[in-house]
Write a protein that binds this ligand. Sequence first.
Ligand SMILES: [Zn+2]
Length: 247
Amino acid sequence: MLIDSHSHLHDPQFFSTKEAEACIKRAQKIGVEKIVCIGTDPDDSLVARDFAAKHDGVYWTYGVHPEETSKQSVYDFSGVKFDKQLPVAIGEVGLDYHYKGYNREAQIKLFEQMLQLAVDNNLPVSFHVREAFNDFFPVVANFPKIRGVVHSFTDSKKVLKKILNETEFYVGVNGLATYSTLPTPPLERTLLETDAPFLAPIPHRGGTNEPAYIADIAKWLAEKLDLSIEEVAKTTTNNVTTVFCLD
Ligand SMILES: [Zn+2]
């Protein structure tokens, strides 16, 4: 069994309901039995929630992507109550300094609010961090109980080492790794993800990504680590089940 720990399958910007349902079928057929749909703003997170409620094996997260601060810089989450439909994580949240004109202060403030929401609801976090690890480490250090995954890791060996040695976070490996020289974490700290519709792995590079392609990423990683695909599947599935407390 494999799990896609990070996808945007619920988002109608990228997939119609019909396409999304066909993707779920193709994923299940190939052994990708669970899919985590990641929220990127308050409305999108509720779309993910409703999509998960309608589809077996689909889970959702609640989050506001750091780049949203370029549209709206101040947020209030005091009214957010999850009640019965609890997300499996808060995310994707974090810091992204890639595009010029980013609002560093607003991003840090939003990130801290989301971390507090995770603490208040005892949820893990799916982190999105790009070119911002210098701020990421001190911010998360103020929330010592936080668990989670650094999704789509694209930084240096040095930063990877720091994540592995100084935190207990898992690290998300996706299609990017199949066509780059990115450092990869040890298997026991790895989560597999597609980030569908983005970052399709080899041999689908350039096309629309979908959860079934987790199998291609698993195969690539197995070859790289000289392990069986079963071993990669077993360990990474165990990792994501643990961090997101999947049933
Ligand atoms: Zn994403």
